[in-house]
Ligand binder design. Structure first.
Ligand SMILES: [Zn+2]
Length: 229
């Protein structure tokens, strides 16, 4: 029994950390967000809601500057003030912003948002648990191995999540009659922005290579546009 105590403690620690970070995220988002009310965008989100057979899609503005879209663990969708500003200034079109909303809806629908809390905020807890276990089994190398495994796991999870959310968004945009063109053009814009300023928008940082994502979306578009025989 004594042998397992550290493992049990690590699991309890991980659970407490998970709930604490979920609570903290919710509180931060509540305090710094308002519902987005933009008639042009609403027209587009209403079309997506119709395609999903939902009464409406609620989108919130999160009052921070970095260009980002996010899906909270409780299923709410947020667009940052910085991203909305780009749209207001005409740098990003309403359809392009709708493609970000569609992508975040994908994270919610596919259950990524909840899991991501574990990826990001709870990552340390997983690392600690692994260190305790591996550190006992293989002293010295165990710690290094735990670090590597945690990073690998997180990178793998977030990568496949992005492709899945992109695919969901492409299908939703296609079904709503908005099409996948804005999804592709936004990627190109954001990448150009990255190259000129060397400061990647947060929204791209945690995501796989832009060109690979564009290719995956275009391949889906090509399949949908060929008439079925
Ligand atoms: Zn994403």
């Amino acid at each position: 029994m004594l042998k397992f105590t550290p493992i049990l403690l690590a699991i309890v620690y991980a659970l407490v950390m998970y709930h604490f970070s979920a609570w903290r995220t919710r509180r931060e988002l509540d305090a710094r967000s308002t519902e987005l009310a933009d008639p042009r965008l609403k027209k587009l989100t209403d079309r997506m809601a119709q395609a999903l057979e939902l009464p409406r899609i609620r989108v919130n503005i999160y009052e921070i500057d970095p260009v980002n879209g996010l899906a909270a663990p409780d299923g709410r969708i947020f667009i940052t003030r910085g991203f909305y500003q780009k749209y207001r200034q005409g740098e990003v079109s309403a359809e392009e912003l709708a493609s970000v909303i569609a992508h975040e809806l994908g994270h919610v629908a596919l259950g990524h948002a909840r899991r991501r809390m574990i990826d990001f905020s709870g990552q340390n807890a997983i690392r600690t648990a692994l260190m305790m276990v591996l550190g006992r089994l293989i002293p010295g190398v165990g710690v290094w191995l735990a670090n590597m495994l945690t990073s690998l796991l997180a990178a793998h999870l977030s990568r496949s999540d992005e492709y899945e959310a992109d695919a969901y968004a492409a299908a939703l945009l296609h079904k709503s009659g908005i099409g996948i063109a804005p999804q592709v053009s936004l990627f190109k814009k954001l990448e150009a922005l990255t190259q000129s300023t060397h400061a990647a928008p947060a929204w791209l940082l945690s995501h796989p290579k832009t060109q690979d994502r564009i290719s995956a979306i275009e391949a889906m578009g090509a399949r949908w546009s060929t008439p079925e025989t």
